[in-house]
Design a binder for this molecule. Structure first.
Ligand SMILES: O=C(O)CCC(=O)C(=O)O
Length: 270
Protein backbone atom coordinates (compact mmCIF):
# COMPACT_ATOMS: atom_id res chain seq x y z
CA UNK A 1 0.00 0.00 0.00
CA UNK A 2 1.53 3.31 -1.03
CA UNK A 3 -0.23 5.94 1.02
CA UNK A 4 -2.03 6.41 4.27
CA UNK A 5 -3.33 9.87 3.40
CA UNK A 6 -6.88 8.86 2.59
CA UNK A 7 -7.67 7.50 6.04
CA UNK A 8 -11.31 7.16 7.08
CA UNK A 9 -12.74 9.57 9.64
CA UNK A 10 -14.15 8.39 12.97
CA UNK A 11 -17.68 8.94 11.70
CA UNK A 12 -16.94 6.77 8.64
CA UNK A 13 -15.42 4.10 10.90
CA UNK A 14 -18.51 4.22 13.13
CA UNK A 15 -20.67 3.71 10.04
CA UNK A 16 -18.55 0.66 9.17
CA UNK A 17 -19.03 -0.69 12.69
CA UNK A 18 -22.80 -0.21 12.36
CA UNK A 19 -23.25 -1.38 8.77
CA UNK A 20 -20.38 -3.80 8.22
CA UNK A 21 -19.15 -2.26 4.96
CA UNK A 22 -17.51 0.79 3.40
CA UNK A 23 -18.29 1.47 -0.25
CA UNK A 24 -16.11 3.38 -2.75
CA UNK A 25 -18.05 3.96 -5.96
CA UNK A 26 -16.18 4.20 -9.31
CA UNK A 27 -12.85 4.53 -7.50
CA UNK A 28 -10.85 2.37 -9.93
CA UNK A 29 -9.66 4.05 -13.15
CA UNK A 30 -11.24 2.93 -16.43
CA UNK A 31 -7.98 1.54 -17.86
CA UNK A 32 -7.64 -0.90 -14.95
CA UNK A 33 -11.29 -1.96 -15.25
CA UNK A 34 -10.84 -2.58 -18.97
CA UNK A 35 -7.73 -4.64 -18.34
CA UNK A 36 -9.34 -6.64 -15.54
CA UNK A 37 -12.12 -8.37 -17.48
CA UNK A 38 -9.96 -10.08 -20.16
CA UNK A 39 -7.51 -11.11 -17.42
CA UNK A 40 -10.31 -12.56 -15.30
CA UNK A 41 -11.63 -14.37 -18.39
CA UNK A 42 -8.19 -15.89 -18.87
CA UNK A 43 -8.37 -17.53 -15.41
CA UNK A 44 -7.81 -16.94 -11.73
CA UNK A 45 -5.12 -14.54 -10.59
CA UNK A 46 -1.84 -16.24 -9.46
CA UNK A 47 -2.31 -18.10 -6.17
CA UNK A 48 -1.21 -16.63 -2.84
CA UNK A 49 -0.37 -18.77 0.19
CA UNK A 50 -2.59 -18.15 3.22
CA UNK A 51 -1.00 -15.54 5.46
CA UNK A 52 1.33 -13.98 2.89
CA UNK A 53 2.34 -10.42 3.85
CA UNK A 54 0.50 -8.00 1.58
CA UNK A 55 3.80 -6.44 0.52
CA UNK A 56 4.87 -9.79 -0.99
CA UNK A 57 1.53 -11.15 -2.17
CA UNK A 58 1.04 -9.45 -5.50
CA UNK A 59 3.58 -8.78 -8.27
CA UNK A 60 4.45 -5.29 -9.39
CA UNK A 61 2.24 -4.46 -12.37
CA UNK A 62 -0.51 -6.93 -11.40
CA UNK A 63 -4.16 -5.89 -11.22
CA UNK A 64 -4.23 -6.67 -7.51
CA UNK A 65 -1.24 -4.45 -6.78
CA UNK A 66 -2.64 -1.61 -8.91
CA UNK A 67 -6.00 -1.90 -7.13
CA UNK A 68 -4.46 -1.79 -3.67
CA UNK A 69 -2.24 1.14 -4.60
CA UNK A 70 -5.20 3.40 -5.37
CA UNK A 71 -4.84 5.97 -2.56
CA UNK A 72 -8.50 5.90 -1.46
CA UNK A 73 -8.47 2.07 -1.38
CA UNK A 74 -5.14 1.97 0.47
CA UNK A 75 -6.32 4.57 3.00
CA UNK A 76 -9.64 2.86 3.69
CA UNK A 77 -7.97 -0.54 4.03
CA UNK A 78 -5.30 0.82 6.36
CA UNK A 79 -8.04 2.43 8.48
CA UNK A 80 -9.94 -0.83 8.84
CA UNK A 81 -7.23 -3.49 9.12
CA UNK A 82 -4.18 -1.52 10.27
CA UNK A 83 -0.74 -1.59 8.69
CA UNK A 84 1.01 -4.64 7.20
CA UNK A 85 -1.95 -7.03 6.88
CA UNK A 86 -1.55 -10.49 5.42
CA UNK A 87 -3.53 -11.87 2.52
CA UNK A 88 -5.79 -14.74 3.55
CA UNK A 89 -6.95 -15.68 0.04
CA UNK A 90 -8.26 -14.12 -3.14
CA UNK A 91 -10.65 -15.28 -5.85
CA UNK A 92 -12.50 -14.05 -8.92
CA UNK A 93 -16.23 -14.77 -8.48
CA UNK A 94 -18.25 -15.00 -11.68
CA UNK A 95 -22.04 -15.09 -11.98
CA UNK A 96 -22.75 -16.60 -15.38
CA UNK A 97 -25.43 -15.14 -17.69
CA UNK A 98 -28.90 -16.62 -17.04
CA UNK A 99 -27.38 -19.24 -14.76
CA UNK A 100 -30.71 -19.88 -13.07
CA UNK A 101 -29.82 -19.83 -9.38
CA UNK A 102 -28.51 -17.63 -6.60
CA UNK A 103 -25.87 -18.43 -4.00
CA UNK A 104 -27.31 -19.02 -0.50
CA UNK A 105 -26.84 -16.25 2.04
CA UNK A 106 -23.69 -16.99 4.05
CA UNK A 107 -20.78 -15.64 6.04
CA UNK A 108 -17.33 -16.67 4.85
CA UNK A 109 -15.50 -19.37 6.86
CA UNK A 110 -16.63 -20.79 10.20
CA UNK A 111 -18.32 -19.01 13.08
CA UNK A 112 -15.88 -16.38 14.28
CA UNK A 113 -16.39 -15.02 17.78
CA UNK A 114 -13.59 -12.46 17.89
CA UNK A 115 -14.79 -9.14 19.29
CA UNK A 116 -11.46 -7.28 19.28
CA UNK A 117 -10.21 -8.14 15.77
CA UNK A 118 -11.79 -8.70 12.40
CA UNK A 119 -10.81 -9.57 8.85
CA UNK A 120 -11.62 -7.31 5.94
CA UNK A 121 -12.89 -8.52 2.59
CA UNK A 122 -12.38 -6.36 -0.47
CA UNK A 123 -14.84 -6.80 -3.33
CA UNK A 124 -13.98 -5.18 -6.66
CA UNK A 125 -16.48 -4.86 -9.52
CA UNK A 126 -14.72 -3.87 -12.77
CA UNK A 127 -17.89 -3.43 -14.81
CA UNK A 128 -21.23 -1.70 -14.24
CA UNK A 129 -23.51 -4.03 -12.26
CA UNK A 130 -27.18 -3.47 -13.06
CA UNK A 131 -30.17 -4.82 -11.12
CA UNK A 132 -30.51 -8.03 -13.17
CA UNK A 133 -26.79 -8.95 -13.21
CA UNK A 134 -26.56 -10.83 -9.91
CA UNK A 135 -24.93 -8.15 -7.81
CA UNK A 136 -23.77 -9.31 -4.38
CA UNK A 137 -26.61 -9.38 -1.88
CA UNK A 138 -25.67 -8.30 1.64
CA UNK A 139 -27.49 -7.53 4.84
CA UNK A 140 -26.24 -4.26 6.39
CA UNK A 141 -25.60 -4.63 10.11
CA UNK A 142 -25.59 -8.46 10.10
CA UNK A 143 -21.83 -8.81 10.67
CA UNK A 144 -21.96 -8.87 14.47
CA UNK A 145 -24.72 -11.53 14.50
CA UNK A 146 -22.32 -14.48 14.46
CA UNK A 147 -23.39 -17.40 12.32
CA UNK A 148 -21.65 -20.46 11.00
CA UNK A 149 -21.00 -20.15 7.26
CA UNK A 150 -24.21 -21.05 5.35
CA UNK A 151 -26.51 -21.55 8.37
CA UNK A 152 -28.36 -18.48 7.08
CA UNK A 153 -28.83 -20.09 3.65
CA UNK A 154 -32.52 -20.81 4.21
CA UNK A 155 -33.35 -17.10 4.40
CA UNK A 156 -34.41 -15.99 0.94
CA UNK A 157 -35.00 -12.30 1.60
CA UNK A 158 -34.52 -10.12 4.66
CA UNK A 159 -35.86 -6.63 5.19
CA UNK A 160 -33.14 -4.07 4.58
CA UNK A 161 -30.99 -6.36 2.42
CA UNK A 162 -29.24 -4.71 -0.50
CA UNK A 163 -28.48 -6.22 -3.84
CA UNK A 164 -25.46 -4.37 -5.14
CA UNK A 165 -25.79 -2.25 -8.27
CA UNK A 166 -22.82 -0.03 -9.03
CA UNK A 167 -20.84 1.88 -11.63
CA UNK A 168 -17.67 0.28 -13.06
CA UNK A 169 -14.65 0.31 -10.78
CA UNK A 170 -16.53 0.08 -7.49
CA UNK A 171 -14.83 -1.36 -4.40
CA UNK A 172 -16.62 -2.45 -1.25
CA UNK A 173 -14.72 -3.28 1.96
CA UNK A 174 -16.61 -5.60 4.28
CA UNK A 175 -16.36 -6.97 7.80
CA UNK A 176 -15.74 -10.74 7.53
CA UNK A 177 -18.97 -11.55 9.36
CA UNK A 178 -21.42 -9.86 7.00
CA UNK A 179 -24.17 -12.08 5.58
CA UNK A 180 -23.86 -12.04 1.81
CA UNK A 181 -24.25 -14.08 -1.38
CA UNK A 182 -24.01 -13.76 -5.14
CA UNK A 183 -27.47 -13.28 -6.64
CA UNK A 184 -28.95 -14.90 -9.70
CA UNK A 185 -27.73 -13.32 -12.91
CA UNK A 186 -30.76 -12.83 -15.18
CA UNK A 187 -28.85 -10.83 -17.77
CA UNK A 188 -26.85 -11.86 -20.83
CA UNK A 189 -23.61 -10.48 -19.35
CA UNK A 190 -21.01 -12.30 -17.22
CA UNK A 191 -20.74 -10.57 -13.86
CA UNK A 192 -17.28 -10.39 -12.23
CA UNK A 193 -16.33 -9.69 -8.65
CA UNK A 194 -12.75 -10.04 -7.44
CA UNK A 195 -12.44 -10.66 -3.71
CA UNK A 196 -9.39 -10.42 -1.46
CA UNK A 197 -9.54 -11.28 2.24
CA UNK A 198 -7.07 -9.61 4.61
CA UNK A 199 -6.04 -10.62 8.14
CA UNK A 200 -4.75 -8.00 10.59
CA UNK A 201 -1.25 -8.31 12.05
CA UNK A 202 -1.44 -5.34 14.43
CA UNK A 203 -4.06 -4.34 17.00
CA UNK A 204 -6.95 -2.67 15.18
CA UNK A 205 -6.83 0.31 17.49
CA UNK A 206 -7.09 3.91 16.26
CA UNK A 207 -5.85 2.96 12.80
CA UNK A 208 -7.89 5.73 11.11
CA UNK A 209 -7.88 9.54 11.32
CA UNK A 210 -9.14 10.08 14.88
CA UNK A 211 -9.31 13.89 14.72
CA UNK A 212 -13.12 13.73 14.91
CA UNK A 213 -13.31 11.06 17.63
CA UNK A 214 -15.59 13.22 19.79
CA UNK A 215 -17.94 14.11 16.95
CA UNK A 216 -21.56 13.38 18.03
CA UNK A 217 -21.92 11.79 14.58
CA UNK A 218 -20.01 8.76 15.97
CA UNK A 219 -22.72 7.79 18.49
CA UNK A 220 -25.38 8.70 15.96
CA UNK A 221 -23.85 6.35 13.37
CA UNK A 222 -23.46 3.54 15.93
CA UNK A 223 -27.12 3.89 16.97
CA UNK A 224 -28.66 3.20 13.57
CA UNK A 225 -31.48 0.61 13.46
CA UNK A 226 -31.56 -1.93 10.62
CA UNK A 227 -34.94 -3.28 9.57
CA UNK A 228 -34.07 -7.00 9.59
CA UNK A 229 -34.48 -7.30 13.36
CA UNK A 230 -37.11 -6.27 15.87
CA UNK A 231 -36.76 -2.95 17.67
CA UNK A 232 -35.73 -4.59 20.95
CA UNK A 233 -33.27 -6.97 19.31
CA UNK A 234 -31.69 -4.03 17.53
CA UNK A 235 -30.53 -2.84 20.95
CA UNK A 236 -28.42 -5.98 21.23
CA UNK A 237 -26.74 -5.05 17.96
CA UNK A 238 -26.05 -1.53 19.28
CA UNK A 239 -24.55 -3.16 22.37
CA UNK A 240 -22.33 -5.29 20.10
CA UNK A 241 -21.24 -2.11 18.30
CA UNK A 242 -20.41 -0.37 21.60
CA UNK A 243 -18.15 -3.33 22.46
CA UNK A 244 -16.49 -3.13 19.05
CA UNK A 245 -16.04 0.64 19.30
CA UNK A 246 -14.49 0.25 22.77
CA UNK A 247 -12.01 -2.25 21.31
CA UNK A 248 -11.24 -0.08 18.27
CA UNK A 249 -10.65 3.05 20.34
CA UNK A 250 -9.21 1.32 23.41
CA UNK A 251 -11.69 3.35 25.45
CA UNK A 252 -13.49 1.13 27.93
CA UNK A 253 -15.67 4.01 29.08
CA UNK A 254 -17.33 4.61 25.70
CA UNK A 255 -21.07 4.05 25.90
CA UNK A 256 -24.44 4.92 24.40
CA UNK A 257 -27.36 5.50 26.79
CA UNK A 258 -25.38 3.79 29.60
CA UNK A 259 -26.20 0.34 28.15
CA UNK A 260 -22.77 -1.29 28.34
CA UNK A 261 -21.88 0.37 31.66
CA UNK A 262 -25.10 -0.83 33.27
CA UNK A 263 -24.75 -4.47 32.25
CA UNK A 264 -21.07 -4.58 33.26
CA UNK A 265 -21.80 -3.27 36.77
CA UNK A 266 -20.98 -5.92 39.42
CA UNK A 267 -20.38 -4.05 42.68
CA UNK A 268 -17.89 -5.60 45.07
CA UNK A 269 -16.41 -8.11 42.61
CA UNK A 270 -12.73 -7.97 41.79
O1 LIG B 1 -20.37 -13.60 -6.27
C1 LIG B 1 -20.72 -12.87 -5.34
O2 LIG B 1 -21.31 -11.81 -5.51
C2 LIG B 1 -20.42 -13.27 -3.92
C3 LIG B 1 -19.56 -14.50 -3.83
C4 LIG B 1 -18.96 -14.64 -2.47
O3 LIG B 1 -18.71 -13.68 -1.80
C5 LIG B 1 -18.64 -15.93 -1.93
O4 LIG B 1 -18.73 -16.94 -2.63
O5 LIG B 1 -18.28 -15.98 -0.72
Amino acid sequence: MTTTKHLLTSVEMARFVANGFHRLDAIVPAELNERAIPEFDAGQQPGVEYGTPLRQAFAEGSISRALLDIPAVAGALQSLIGSDPTVDHHHVHVREPREGEAQPLHGDAIIDTRTDAFDVQLMYYPQEVTADMGGTLSVPGSHLRRTNESDTGRYQNLRGQTRLTCPPGTVVLLHHGIWHGGRRNDSDIRRYMYKIRFNPTVPQVRTWNVDDLDDPGVSEALSVYHPWCEHATARLEIHNRIKMWRALTNDTSFDIDYWATRVANRPGRV
